[in-house]
Design a protein around this ligand. Structure first.
Ligand code: FAD
Length: 493
């Protein structure tokens, strides 16, 4: 693996001093011990201490840091709360880690326009907390919402259980302030619904920190529905549950959320959260219906009818809000619950057409047998977004490698059945080398031209998303390979 840029490592003291000139006091972290908390994100299988961490407090400081780094050929990795599950915020040994966690102010809330303007370090949940007193909420609700930042949500186009009805981050962001790698500060979109010109905001959402650093976000806030009720439905097989999901959507019903867990996930979640899930079913579905009370009642009847037609063995409707939240508490705790039954787990994220659910789950079960590794399935069933969690023990030689191979096969299967490599966790380093499974060389070249338009020196979050980056000057001469910059192999923990 190519070593980090030795010239940059030699200039470390100079780089630290320059950053201290921009962000004073505790805003620059360079002591090896203090760098440790930053050496990985949510994908803890990979670790790498950064060259230095800088924590600006203003957009002007972010701009000055980027301008200095660009002028001095220093790479930069942006970081929000570090909960990415695809290694998007994994540091590089020869790059500055630019943390946005000190930009935590809510700048404006306008109920008449139904928007909130927030800094990137504000957590997802803090937005809902800030507006719920007035009867509003912010739609996208990743399970990590207590910790993850809105800047990271924008970079990953984060989703959550309520995105089936209320949309992903991209459907709920109206504008951003963005600092380019050369320090220029631009605004894309704003408070209005339909800004003029090319949809560059759409390019930024989901760009995984490769195009610019988000320093302000304008989000849509929504009035809380009059009623919300959840229905727990147990099935004798994953196949019948999968058919039920497809039938509910085909009927024209768009639940606020529709989640599924297989038997091992139900058992792990119940042991952890003790919310009263049935333990004698092969698959458990949680469907939430919201809206006016009469509409909810009607939709619940419809869902129950469709579920019974698909062999449901139990249907339980929440009687009050406490019970509805308890139904969700088990599902939302599924990740920590699985953490208790295995030394390590690797959470995959792929999306498939809903109708292929039964078939894909069967093939994942077969792979589990052939790899000799247990798998637990939770998924945003309504979106066809799978989260198989492969259980492994990193202390057993070769087990991480086997887990990665299993995970790659799952993602290849998602693409094979007409799905995509990622639902909401992003490509990062995790799926970087699988991009050619989904995209041709021409597709990737076009995507890289977008990268070059924003960051021609390829200094922002390099090594993520693209399996190979061509020097921008070489782009277009696709048969000339001397311009290729191979990325280092990933630093395994
Ligand atoms: C237990 C658990 C549950 C999760 N559940 C979900 C879920 O339900 N749905 C979901 O979508 N995700 C989920 N995630 C993944 C993760 O929380 C999301 O991807 C989240 O959006 C990452 O936000 P962050 O602030 O932690 O970003 P980080 O992890 O710090 O960074 C993620 C990426 O964004 C870039 N970035 C961060 N901030 C900025 C910025 N201001 N400007 C430009 N680029 C930036 C980074 O370079 C990196 O590429 C989960 C993670 C965990 C650990």
């Amino acid at each position: 693996m190519p070593a980090p840029d030795a010239a940059i490592l030699e200039r470390r003291d100079e780089i630290v001093a320059a950053l201290r000139g921009i962000v004073s006091g505790e805003g620059v972290i360079s002591e090896p011990n203090e760098l440790k908390p930053y050496e990985s994100d949510g994908l803890t299988a990979y670790r790498q201490p950064p060259l230095v961490v800088v924590l600006p407090q203003t957009t002007a400081q972010v701009s000055a840091v980027l301008r200095w780094c660009q002028a001095n050929g220093v790479k930069v990795v942006p970081r929000g709360s570090g909960t990415s599950l695809s290694g998007g915020a994994l540091p590089l040994a020869d790059a500055v880690l630019l943390g946005l966690s000190k930009l935590t102010r809510i700048l404006d809330i306008d109920y008449a326009d139904r928007i909130a303007v927030v800094q990137p370090g504000v957590t997802n949940l803090a937005i809902t907390r800030a507006v719920e007193g007035a009867g509003f909420f912010y739609g996208p609700d990743p399970s990590s919402q207590i910790a993850c930042s809105i800047g990271g949500n924008v970079a990953e186009n984060a989703g959550g259980v309520h995105c089936l009805k209320y949309g992903l981050t991209t459907n709920n962001v109206l504008g951003v302030e963005l600092v380019m790698m050369d320090g220029e500060i631009i605004r894309l979109g704003g408070r209005q619904l339909d800004p003029a010109g090319l949809d560059l905001l759409g390019v930024i959402v989901g760009s995984e920190g490769l195009l610019g650093v988000v320093t302000e976000v304008t989000v849509r806030i929504l009035p809380r529905p009059e009623t919300a009720r959840a229905v727990l439905v147990g099935f004798p097989s994953v196949e019948s549950a999968g058919r039920c999901v497809a039938d509910v959507i085909a009927q024209g019903i768009i639940p606020a959320g529709m989640e599924m867990m297989d038997r091992p996930a139900v058992h792990a979640a119940e042991a952890f959260a003790k919310v009263g899930y049935p333990l004698d079913v092969e698959a458990l579905m949680i469907v939430e219906l919201d809206g006016p009370s009469a509409e909810c009642d009607h939709l619940i009847e419809e869902v129950e009818r469709i579920a019974r037609a698909n062999e449901a063995v139990m249907v339980r409707v929440s009687r009050n809000d406490a019970e509805r939240l308890a139904f969700w508490a088990g599902r939302k705790a599924a990740f920590p619950a699985v953490g208790r039954i295995s030394p390590d787990y690797y959470c995959m994220d792929g999306t498939i057409p809903r109708r292929r659910l039964p078939d894909v789950l069967k093939r994942i079960a077969d792979m589990s047998t052939s790899y000799g590794l247990r798998v637990v399935n939770v998924f945003h069933a309504g979106d066809g977004n799978l989260h198989p969690m492969i259980l492994y023990d990193a202390n057993q030689p070769g087990e991480l490698e086997r887990t990665e191979a299993f995970g790659n096969d799952i993602l290849r299967l998602c693409v094979e059945v007409g799905g995509v490599l990622t639902g909401e966790h992003g490509v990062g380093v995790e799926k970087r080398d699988l991009m050619p499974v989904m995209f041709s060389a021409t597709d990737l070249s076009h995507q890289q031209q977008v990268k070059c338009a924003f960051d021609p020196d390829l200094l922002l979050n390099p090594g993520k998303v693209f399996p190979t980056l061509h020097r921008c000057a070489e782009l277009g001469r696709v048969h000339v390979h001397r311009g290729e910059l191979p990325f280092p192999e990933l630093p395994r923990f």
